[in-house]
Each structure stands twice: as structure tokens, then as C-alpha cells.
Design a protein around this ligand. Structure first.
Ligand code: SF4
Ligand code: SF4
Length: 366
């Protein structure tokens, strides 16, 4: 019987509840309700299982994880089991006392989403007025509490021109790391792709800005840069390879190889309410389906990048090529590669501003 090395990281989607309605939210289109969420005891049991399995890091995410009143308790439990703890948050519900309480509970790192460097753009993307100012206050409180801060700047067609200001803002906020992350088109992002996709010219302008800032800010700020898949020539290593490094748990306890895996309809997913984390990780049907190279088309199987990108993203292959076992269409070897690039260019050129937020559609008014 094959026993797989344990996952490095566990992503706990504590809740799908969130006061924001971001146009690119990676939560599923069908959100899970509060009444289905795992209890405090169930999350703690999962953290114990993860530590016993050999997991090293836990990422508390959502939705907005700070809507859970038991967050500090869960952080303390994870830290007590020796897990590195990271909070992925919009920052709009956190005040200095809550951040201090989380730091005292053992939180080590905060990842703060930054949809723009100004209020108007931030409100347009998140559907939430006043969020930008709250994020700034939160970033200051994170720094005051002595926690490590990463700013996740999400790039769209609407804010791409403000990238230099977003970089300077990350420095001013005291972040050690900045992710310049173009939207990944899953979940709500896929639904809103036409309203978000940057143009090839915008992408061309971003690359030297990032390169110059990386040089200038050496020792001050580490900058990660993720280009939109649709303009890439080779796929990214999605989740470090399916079922190899990451495990994702939904608010109700469903265990997934990645946050978008439920979009693949022929897979069946197991719940922590019925099986253990170890059993699901090692023997779950969904994990086995695309782990390693047994499922790969011959082009990938014989490719020298197959253990670098593991064939790319299965959810994207399904969404764009209609087959989860196809070559990721972002790869130049895919027969769909030219089509998706043309699609991205056409959508960027059309310039739609119509966003479907998590509950309704509004045209841009400002
Ligand atoms: S992406 Fe936006 S809407 Fe989605 S969970 Fe994060 S903050 Fe909330
Ligand atoms: S052919 Fe497959 S393994 Fe090779 S780069 Fe493309 S997606 Fe990756």
C-alpha cells in the first residue's frame, strides 16, 4: 500500500461568511452556510490530526476567518501543537485589540488582501464601502503587534496602472513580502473574468515595474509576481502538485486537494465528519485521481517539466478544455492555448465593467 508524504500545509476555510463581495473571490459560487460550519471542537480535532500527520503550517482563511468568534482559540490550539500559523484576512473586521489577542494566542503571520491603493477602486472590486481605510488601520496594528505581514495585491485591469503605488504602499505598511498576484480565474473570478482581465499592454508594463522594484527594495521587501495564466506559456505548479503538498478543508469539513476541486463533477469528496484526515489524504478518491502522473496525457507524461508543474491546474483544464485530465490550456502544448489567449485579449479589449458580486450584479457608477 502506497503511503504519501504528509501535506506541508493545511488551509482551513473556517467560514464562507464575509462582509466583502470581491469580484475575484475564490470561494465556490454555492457558498456554505453558517449552520453547516465545523464547531470549535471539530476544528481543534482537525488541528490535532494535522499535527499528528506531520503538517507544518496552518492557514486560517475563509470567507473572512475573523467572523469566527473562536479564532484566537483555534490559533492557540494550532500554535500549541507546534503548527506555524498564518491568518489570511481582508482586515476589515479587525481592530488593534483583536490583533493583539491573536498575537498573544500565538499567531505568527498575517496575509492582508489589498484590492487597490485607494478607496474608490477598492469599493468597486469588493462591493464594500470604507474597507480600504479599515485595511490601512489593520496593517498598522499588525505591525504594532510585531507580526510578520504579507500584502496580497490583487491585480486587475482596473488597478494595473496603480501597481507602482501599491508597491510603495506595501513598503509604507511595513510588509516584508508583497504578492503581486494577477487574478486567478476560478470561482467568482471566472464568472467575472471579462470585467477583470488585463490587456497584454498592461501586462507588458507590469513586468519591468516589478523587476525594478525587486532590485531597488532588496533587503526591504520580497516581491512575488504571478502573471495571469491566460497570458502564460507554461502553467504554474498548481498547489505544488495535486495531493502532494496542500490540503484544503471547507467550512463544513469537506477535504479537498484544492479550493476549486469541487468544480470537477466526477470526483467524490470526503468529510472529516466521516473519515480521518490521514485516511482521506492517503486513500481518498479525489486525492488519488490526479496525484502523480498516472492520469497525464502522453504529452505531459513525456515532458521534462512534468515534475515541475505536474501538468498545471485540473480545474482550469476542465473549465477551459472541458476535460479535467487534459493538458492545462495555459501550456503552449495544449490545442486550446491560442484560443484562451485570444479570449483574454478580446475580453480585455471589450472592457466590460459589469461585475457579478457574491449576491447581485451592478454596473460601475463611479
Ligand atoms: S476574496 Fe473578498 S469576498 Fe472572498 S473571502 Fe476574501 S475578502 Fe471575502
Ligand atoms: S506539456 Fe504538460 S507537463 Fe509539459 S509544460 Fe505543458 S502542462 Fe506542463
Amino acid at each position: 500500500m502506497t503511503v504519501h508524504p504528509p501535506p506541508v500545509a493545511l488551509l482551513c476555510e473556517l467560514t464562507h461568511r464575509c462582509p466583502l463581495r470581491c469580484a475575484y473571490c475564490s470561494n465556490p459560487l454555492a457558498l456554505e452556510g453558517a449552520s453547516d460550519e465545523l464547531s470549535t471542537g471539530e476544528w481543534m480535532n482537525l488541528l490535532d490530526q494535522a499535527a499528528d500527520l506531520g503538517v507544518l503550517q496552518v492557514h486560517f482563511s475563509g470567507g473572512e476567518p475573523t467572523v469566527r468568534q473562536d479564532l484566537a482559540e483555534l490559533v492557540a490550539h494550532a500554535a500549541g501543537r507546534g503548527l506555524y500559523t498564518n491568518l489570511i484576512t481582508s482586515g476589515v473586521l479587525l481592530g488593534a485589540p483583536q490583533i493583539m489577542a491573536l498575537a498573544e494566542a500565538g499567531l505568527e503571520h498575517v496575509q492582508l488582501g489589498l484590492p487597490d491603493c485607494e478607496e474608490e477602486g477598492s469599493t468597486f472590486i469588493t462591493g464594500f464601502k470604507g474597507g480600504f481605510a479599515r485595511k490601512m488601520t489593520t496593517a498598522q496594528a499588525v505591525r504594532d503587534a510585531g507580526l510578520a505581514l504579507t500584502v496580497n495585491a490583487v491585480i486587475t485591469r482596473h488597478n494595473a496602472a496603480r501597481l507602482p503605488r501599491m508597491i510603495e504602499m506595501a513598503v509604507d505598511l511595513g510588509a516584508r513580502r508583497l504578492e503581486v498576484a494577477n487574478v486567478q480565474y476560478y470561482g467568482w473570478g471566472l464568472k467575472n473574468r471579462a470585467a477583470l482581465m488585463p490587456s497584454p499592454d498592461q501586462l507588458k508594463a507590469m513586468t519591468p515595474i516589478v523587476q525594478e522594484a525587486r532590485e531597488r527594495l532588496k533587503g526591504v521587501l520580497v516581491i512575488d509576481y504571478v502573471i495571469p495564466d491566460y497570458y502564460a506559456k507554461r502553467p504554474k505548479s498548481c498547489m505544488g502538485g495535486w495531493g502532494q503538498q496542500f490540503v484544503n478543508v471547507t467550512p463544513s469539513g469537506t477535504v479537498l486537494p484544492c479550493h476549486a476541486a469541487e468544480t470537477i463533477p466526477h470526483l467524490s469528496f470526503d468529510s472529516l465528519r466521516e473519515r480521518t484526515l490521514r485516511d482521506i489524504w492517503e486513500h481518498g478518491m479525489a486525492f488519488a485521481a490526479y496525484r502523480g502522473d498516472h492520469w497525464m496525457p502522453s504529452t505531459c507524461k513525456s515532458c521534462d517539466r512534468k515534475e515541475i508543474d505536474w501538468g498545471g491546474c485540473r480545474c482550469q483544464a476542465l473549465a477551459l478544455a472541458g476535460d479535467a485530465a487534459a493538458i492545462d490550456p495555459t501550456c503552449v502544448e495544449s490545442p486550446y492555448h491560442a484560443t484562451i489567449r485570444a479570449l483574454a485579449e478580446a475580453e480585455a479589449e471589450a472592457g466590460s465593467d459589469a461585475i457579478t458580486y457574491r449576491s447581485f450584479t451592478l454596473p460601475r457608477t463611479a
